[in-house]
Design a protein around this ligand. Sequence first.
Ligand code: 13P
Length: 251
Amino acid sequence: MRKKLLLGNWKMNKTPSEAKQFALLSKDMVDNAVANNIDLGVAPTYVCLQTVKENATKNLIVAAQNVHAADHGAYTGEISIPMLKEIGIDWVILGHSERRTYDNETSEKCNAKIKALLANDMIPVYCCGESLETFEAGKTASFVEEQIRKGFEGLTPEQAAKVVVAYEPIWAIGTGKNATKEIAEETIASIRAVLRDMFGKVAEEIRILYGGSVKPNNIAEYMSEPDIDGALVGGASLELASYQALIENLR
Ligand code: 13P
């Protein structure tokens, strides 16, 4: 039985003091949800990671939004795995469509990062998803299959089981045009079929999230689908009341 997971991707929002406020006020809410067997997390910007980690309950997963595959070196502007580990961060989002679009993040780069994270006992959240053009051309399944095959390339089944996948159609991100639960389920089931082909029965253990305009009023629809294990949420994860409403409707 896969455990439900709600992850808030804060993107480039919240200053450290705003992030600290959220962390302090979220404690009871998070502890209650975790007691109900739901995993909850947020992904703040790098400069907010430590303050959220220190001021939230230890039950809150705190994820970075990116990492470099190398341990150290001449990579101006980058952050390494040992840096994250030292401040207690062990989850990292990779391959978000915004990073693929604006920062030349490729599935091959993500594959190197996934391997480096797993070697450090950390959990990658690997994002995939197609553009509107690809969706309208009916090529979603093959496009996403390629992202999954490249991202998971060379992993053992035991390693693959530890990765979380997030399917986020680009046309649904921040647009208010969320994919229907049927579309999300169809693509997520196709992702699981690719993982089954690559890794066998551990594919049943891999958590796959839907993301793209998930709101308190539509999250329950996704959770009713057999292959959808939770949500990666942008805008609706920023305010405590809305995050709380997401949790309530996720159960
Ligand atoms: P929105 O929930 O704001 O559409 O963002 C989705 C997303 O990109 C999460 O990573």
